[in-house]
Design a protein around this ligand. Structure first.
Ligand code: C5P
Length: 397
C-alpha cells in the first residue's frame, strides 16, 4: 500500500453507485490517505455531503463559486493539494465533460487544474457504457493518461446485467495505490543519507543544524514506491520510518560516514540528502565543560565528506548530491557537481526561510549536460519528481 499520507481528492458524480463512495472514503482513510471530497450537483441527489464530511473528516465542496470555501482552500489550491484525483463513481456525463475539457463546475475545473494523476471509476447502465460516444470518450481519456478503473460486469441497479458496475471499494483502493508504484527503480538498491548530524562537544552538548530530514525521508518513500530496496542512514530527526524502508540511525558525521561505507557496495544509487556538519570539535571533552572562563574558544576540524568519498569509489553507484545555496545557485551547484564528481545535483535556494525545516520546496537539478527545474511544491511530490528524473538518467533516458 502506497496511500499512507497521500492527499486524495475524491470526486463523486451523480449515479446510484455514489453510495459506494462512502465506503471508499472510509477505506482510503484506513489505508492512511487524507481524503477531501468534491461532489457534483447530480451527486447531491443520491448522497448527502454530510455523510462524506463525517467519513472524510473534512468539509465537502460542491460549488465552484462558494465564497466561504474559496476563502479557505481555494479551488486552485485544492487542485495543487491533491497527490491523485479519483472520480468514483464517474458518470457517462462526467466522462463526456472530462473528454471535452469542460470546466463548468468545481469537479471538472479541478480535474483540469490539477497535474496530479487522474483516475476514474466509471459506473453506469450497460447500454450507456457500450454506447459509441462513451467508448470514444473512454479511449480519448485513456490516450491522455487518465487511468480508467473498471467498470465491472454484473447485476446492475437498473435490473439489467452487463458491464457498467463500479468496481468495489477495496479494488479501487488497490488500483489507486498502484498508481504511486511506478517501478522506475525496480530491482535497484538505494541508499539515502538524511537529517542533521550532531557533533559532540562534551557528554551533554553538541553542534548541529536545523535540518528536519523531511526531504531525505520523502526521497526514501518515493524511491520505495518506485520499487527500490531502500536503506536510510539518518541523523536524529522526529520522523517515522517510511514503510518498507530500512533505517540505520547515526548521530555524528563520522558515524554517518561509517554507516554509509558499510553498505555502499550493495548500492546502485546514493543520494546524499543529509545536512552533514562540515566541522566538529577537534577534541570532545570527557566531562561537562564548566563555565569558569569568561570566554571560550572552540577548535573545530573538518568532517569527512561522505558524498565525495562515495563518488571517489571504484566501482561506484550513481551519485546524487544536494546543494543548499543562498546566491549564484547554478554556478555553485555546477561547481560542486564537478568538484565532487557527482552524476547529478539538486540545488535549493535557502535564502529567506526557504528549503530548510519547511514543508514546501523547489529544486534546480543539474547534471553534466542538462538541467531541470522542479517547481515549488510539497517535499513528497518534489521527491517523486526527483526520483523519476534520477531513474530516467540512470537508465540513460
Ligand atoms: O559541500 P556541501 O556541504 O555544500 O555539499 C552538500 C552535499 O554534500 C549534500 O549532498 C550533503 O549531503 C553532502 N555532504 C556529505 N558529507 C559532508 C558534507 C556534505 O555527504 N561532510
Amino acid at each position: 500500500m502506497y496511500l499512507q499520507g497521500k492527499h486524495i481528492l475524491l470526486g463523486v458524480t451523480g449515479g446510484i453507485a455514489a453510495y459506494k463512495a462512502c465506503e471508499l472514503t472510509r477505506r482510503l482513510r484506513d489505508a492512511g490517505a487524507i481524503v477531501r471530497v468534491v461532489m457534483t450537483r447530480a451527486a447531491l441527489e443520491f448522497v448527502t455531503p454530510l455523510s462524506f464530511q463525517a467519513l472524510s473528516g473534512h468539509p465537502v465542496r460542491t460549488d465552484l463559486f462558494d465564497e466561504q470555501a474559496e476563502a479557505g482552500m481555494g479551488h486552485i489550491e485544492l487542485a495543487r493539494w491533491a497527490d491523485a484525483v479519483l472520480v468514483a463513481p464517474c458518470s457517462a456525463d462526467f466522462m463526456a465533460r472530462l473528454a471535452a475539457g469542460r470546466a463548468d463546475d468545481l469537479l471538472s475545473t479541478l480535474c483540469l487544474a490539477s497535474d496530479a494523476p487522474l483516475a476514474i471509476a466509471p459506473a453506469m447502465n450497460r447500454q450507456m457504457w457500450a454506447n459509441a460516444a462513451t467508448q470514444a470518450n473512454r479511449d480519448a481519456l485513456g490516450a491522455r493518461g487518465v487511468s480508467i478503473f473498471g467498470p465491472a460486469s454484473g447485476e446492475q441497479a437498473c435490473g439489467e446485467t452487463g458491464e457498467g458496475r463500479m468496481l468495489e471499494a477495496a479494488e479501487l483502493v488497490e488500483r489507486l495505490s498502484a498508481l504511486f508504484a511506478t517501478g522506475a527503480l525496480a530491482g535497484r538498491t538505494v541508499l539515502i543519507s538524511a537529517g542533521p548530524t550532531r557533533e559532540a562537544l562534551d557528554p551533554v552538548r553538541y553542534l548541529s543544524n536545523r535540518s528536519s530530514g523531511r526531504m531525505g525521508y520523502a526521497l526514501a518513500e518515493a524511491a520505495r514506491e518506485a520499487g527500490a530496496r531502500v536503506l536510510l542512514v539518518s541523523g536524529p530527526v522526529a520522523l517515522p520510518t517510511p514503510r518498507g524502508v530500512e533505517r540505520i540511525e547515526v548521530e555524528s558525521a563520522a558515524q554517518m560516514f561509517d554507516a554509509v561505507m558499510a553498505r555502499i557496495d550493495e548500492v546502485d544509487l546514493f543520494i546524499g540528502a543529509a545536512a552533514v556538519a562540515d566541522y566538529r570539535p577537534a577534541a570532545v571533552a570527557g566531562q561537562k565543560i564548566k563555565k569558569t572562563a569568561s570566554q571560550l574558544t572552540l577548535e573545530l576540524e573538518r568532517t569527512p565528506d561522505i558524498l565525495a568519498a562515495v563518488a571517489a569509489r571504484e566501482p561506484r553507484p550513481f551519485v546524487v548530491g544536494f546543494a543548499a545555496e543562498t546566491q549564484d545557485l547554478e554556478a555553485h551547484a555546477r561547481d560542486k557537481l564537478s568538484r565532487k564528481h557527482l552524476d547529478m545535483i539538486a540545488a535549493n535556494d535557502v535564502s529567506a526561510g526557504r528549503g530548510f525545516d519547511v514543508e514546501d520546496n523547489a529544486l534546480e537539478v543539474f547534471w553534466a549536460d542538462g538541467h531541470a527545474s522542479l517547481p515549488q511544491q510539497s517535499k513528497a511530490r518534489l521527491a517523486r519528481e526527483l526520483v523519476a528524473l534520477i531513474a530516467g538518467r540512470m537508465s540513460g533516458a
